[in-house]
Design a protein around this ligand. Structure first.
Ligand SMILES: [Zn+2]
Length: 856
């Protein structure tokens, strides 16, 4: 016997072949029981005309006990191996036939939370990417699509599956999903649940019953998710012309869940933290995420479900597009400017970081060992950026035409990136061959800019650099849409936003007939996911912060200034410049600006962002110095604003009952940013008062964070725990906040002590992330010179790996930045990664991650 986990084998895009057979109908019957669930599967099969005839039938299957196997009603002898079951061609009839299998599985013993498992007595499933093979023998690949009929028998009041309900009685229910789907979209739920329901009528008049299913007692925290769902359904009709296509749409909230949520056809399953919300239990950020994730999963009904991916290399086809759509939706619901800034912050924090390290991979990778390791910021967020660039290049009308063609041409199919690009080429007549490099090449391009001014002509010279990434040493020039505007020295805009199309390694663009040398505003709206390299003086940044008409670049100017000053403070211990303080104060005090924008302007660059910036500028980042400089910067800002802070704090109070709308949330965001500065001056007095009087979670958490930052949080922490100990979603915040804000030298010890807290239910992914994940997100704490942070995180990843390899492996990316740091830290991380790799029976997931991080 060979142990598959010690010799992970790569799957290659180049090896793709259609499946040997076609499935025209799937009938499943579940008899649920925690330790011995029986699954009967009846598959109507025929040879695939796209393949040669007379092929064996190979079905995926893991951890299944085979009870019986019949072909056309006749028992056949078949012995499964570790990864599936092969029925030799000799056993199969020439044409169509029916295969019936029965297997036994134990959902209660399933700790990996893939396939059919149990969460607090409730049965639920997670099949993407390859969980269905843990339920029954099946070709578990997205290009095998079939209609499903499902019968569930169980001692539970609520029995749900995909599609429409076609029958039910005491202890059973039958569901039929008429839309052919791949197995990864299968779902089943059974348990003691209650529904928050609402009606919906589609644009063409179809009545749809909407239900959000939760545990009894949670039904009063579903209203916002329902409201978000209804708005999402309406928006997709209005903006993309896409209607819902079943009689019923169910959402179920589950406490134990590896991901955020899952778009199973007609039965979305959600991590409970992205469904349940009330003013008292959820922050404004939670409400915003719920709205975005409900929309995202709903939008998958068309981009993912009706049109799915041919194979998992095409994952960005559904994820990049659906993220792009949910970003558009949030912008329409809230503020496009604020949404764009938040998205870019996230892109840089997660995707740029990934692209610059050993885990860099293309938006469409061409090899993987474990697909679960590729649910990354590159697939999702960079995938969405690539679509944003496409839209910028072909324009609004071209994009709308291409999307209509995509839905017309590929509805009911499993498609590829080639199909996607082809609809844009066919709809707009553009040649996108060069653009496709954005899908096949990893790495963040760096765009160098310099300029000339003579005789009324202003010329921008761009050079693009496409750095090497693992496995891709050489790359070609990309198509880069560069949105540019020009301002006169008096602050007026003389050239409105114009999109320059860069297609060569070096390219120049001239603007003629100008009366004075303009100030350029380059890469407006962050028009391409690149690093812009340009020597800009502090005064020019301050000018753009004051005058730029593009809200993203206005914010970016302040951000650039803050990073430049912070970098100086880290490297030579200097003080923040008066220019920066004045420019920032002007923005913060400007009542004409959106408070949410002002709050973002006040947010200092994160420690990790600074470490990355310093590393890219040729420095070895010192986490303690970054931490100290960032604190000094905040203190300086607090002192400069000291006369205004108390008044600002009071003025920004939002009167009346709590509402999670964007305007009120923006005011609270600015108010909490002001409170953070105020706490540096008053030692937390105002924060302590708010912590005792707050009637909503945004202010309760905001006040607690301020207190923790100034080392005065003990009493508030104790109160918080006493108040919320029976609410898991809220207690995740209690763990994460104190670890995330712990001083660097104490963070690991505090985390270790909290792992002994009775509330540290580490098998629950949310709780594990709120403790171990919070430590790895505390930059100076995780990278503390003692190495205690590295050791503790590695210890816990190794403890989780045998039970839940997917979550453990994903969290191991905490180590991906190790090559940035000094030799001591590098040596310690390398030793931890080697220790992980040397652990017996390490999962395939974790093996792949550790190997990639250690490879040069
Ligand atoms: Zn998705």
């Amino acid at each position: 016997m060979t142990d598959a986990s010690t010799a992970p084998k790569a799957v290659l895009l180049a090896d793709y072949q259609p499946f040997s057979h076609v499935i025209s109908q799937v009938d499943l019957a579940f008899h649920l029981s925690p330790r011995a669930t029986r699954v009967k599967a009846r598959l109507a099969l025929s040879p695939n005309p796209q393949r040669a005839s007379g092929l064996d039938l190979r079905l995926d299957g893991e951890g299944l006990t085979l009870i019986s196997c019949m072909v056309n009603g006749v028992a056949v002898h078949a012995t499964p191996d570790a990864s599936g079951l092969t029925l030799p061609a000799a056993l199969l009839p020439d044409g169509a036939f029916v295969l019936e299998t029965e297997v036994e599985i134990a959902p209660e013993a399933n700790t990996a939370l893939e396939g059919l498992y149990m969460s607090k007595g409730m049965y639920c499933t997670q099949c993407e990417a390859e969980g269905f093979r843990k339920i029954t023998f099946y070709p578990d690949r997205p290009d095998v699509m079939a209609p499903f009929r499902v019968r569930i028998e169980a001692e539970a009041p609520v029995l749900l599956s995909n599609g429409n309900l076609v029958g039910k009685g005491e202890g059973w229910a039958e569901w039929h999903d008429p839309w052919p789907k791949p197995a990864y979209l299968f779902a089943l739920v059974a348990g003691d649940l209650v529904a928050h329901s609402a009606p919906f009528k589609t644009a063409s008049g179809r009545d749809v019953a909407l239900n959000i299913w939760v545990r009894p007692g949670d039904e009063d925290r579903c209203a916002y998710a329902m409201d978000s769902l209804i708005r999402s359904m309406r928006w997709d009709e209005q903006v993309y012309g896409r209607e819902y296509d079943l009689d019923i749409f169910n959402i179920v909230a589950v406490d134990d869940f590896n991901m955020g949520a899952m778009e199973n056809k007609g039965l979305n399953i959600f991590n409970s933290k992205y469904v349940l919300a009330s003013a008292k239990t959820a922050t404004d950020d939670d409400f915003g995420r719920i709205e975005a994730i409900i929309a995202h999963e709903y939008f998958h009904n068309w981009t993912g479900n009706r049109i799915t991916c041919r194979d998992w290399f095409q994952l960005c086809l559904k994820e990049g597009l659906t993220v792009f759509r949910d970003q558009q939706f949030t912008g329409d619901m809230r503020s496009h400017a604020v949404k764009r800034i938040e998205d870019v912050l996230m892109l840089r924090a997660r995707q740029f970081r990934e692209d610059q390290g050993p885990l860099a991979h293309a938006v469409r990778p061409d090899a993987y060992v474990e697909i679960n390791n590729f649910y990354t910021a590159t697939i999702y967020e960079k995938g969405a950026e690539v679509i944003g660039m496409l839209k910028r290049l072909v324009g609004e009308a071209g994009y709308a035409k291409a999307l209509d063609l995509y839905f017309d041409r590929h509805d009911g199919q499993a498609a590829t990136i080639e199909d996607w690009i082809a609809v844009f080429e066919d709809a707009t007549g553009r040649d996108l061959a060069q653009f496709k490099r954005w899908y096949s090449e990893a790495g963040t391009p760096r765009l160098h800019v310099h300029e000339d001014w003579a005789d009324g002509t202003y010329t921008l010279h761009f050079t693009q650099e496409n750095p090497a990434t693992p496995g891709q040493p050489v790359k070609g020039a990309k198509v880069i849409p560069i949105a540019v505007g020009l301002l006169n020295p008096n602050g007026d805009e003389v050239v409105e936003t114009t999109v320059l199309e860069m297609t060569e390694g070096r390219q120049s663009f001239a603007f003629t007939g100008l009366s004075a040398r303009p100030v350029p505003s380059i890469l407006r709206g962050f028009s391409a996911p690149v690093v812009l390299e340009r020597n800009v003086s502090a005064s020019e940044r301050a000018f753009l912060l004051a005058h730029d008409t593009d809200p993203f670049n206005k914010w970016e100017a302040g951000r650039g200034l803050a990073k430049e000053i912070l970098a100086q403070m880290v490297t030579d211990g200097g003080k923040p410049s008066a220019d920066w303080l004045e420019a920032l104060v002007r923005v913060v005090m400007d009542d004409r600006l959106d408070p949410a924008f002002r709050a973002l302007a006040l947010r200092l660059p994160s420690d990790d962002d600074m470490a990355q910036t310093l590393f890219l500028s040729g420095y070895v980042p010192d986490p303690d110095r970054i931490y100290a400089a960032r604190r000094r910067m905040g203190d300086a800002l607090a002192h400069r604003l000291s006369a205004d802070l108390p008044r600002l704090f009071n003025d920004l109070d939002v009167p009346g009952p709590y509402s999670p709308d964007a305007v009120a949330a923006g005011r609270r965001a600015l108010r909490m940013a002001v409170l953070d500065l105020l706490s540096r001056l008053d030692g937390g007095k105002a924060a302590e008062a708010l912590s005792q009087s707050a009637d909503n979670m945004t202010e309760e958490v905001g006040a607690l964070s301020c207190l923790l930052s100034v080392g005065a949080g003990d009493a508030a922490l104790a109160r918080f725990k006493a108040r919320w100990s029976d609410n898991g979603n809220v207690m995740d915040k209690w763990f994460a906040l104190q670890i995330g804000l712990a001083p660097p030298a104490k963070a690991a010890a505090l985390t270790e002590s909290l792992t002994s807290d009775p509330g540290f239910a580490w098998r629950n992914p949310n709780r594990f992330r709120s403790v171990i994940g919070a430590l790895s997100a505390n930059h100076a704490g995780f990278h503390n010179a003692s190495g205690a942070g590295y050791r503790l995180v590695a210890d816990w990843l190794l403890k989780l790996d045998p039970l839940n390899p997917q979550t453990a492996a994903r969290m191991s990316s905490a180590f991906e930045t190790w090559r940035r740091y000094d030799a001591d830290r590098k040596g310690m991380v390398q030793a931890e990664l080697q220790r992980i790799l040397a652990t017996p029976n390490l999962s395939r997931d974790m093996t792949e991650m550790a190997q990639r991080m250690l490879t040069d």
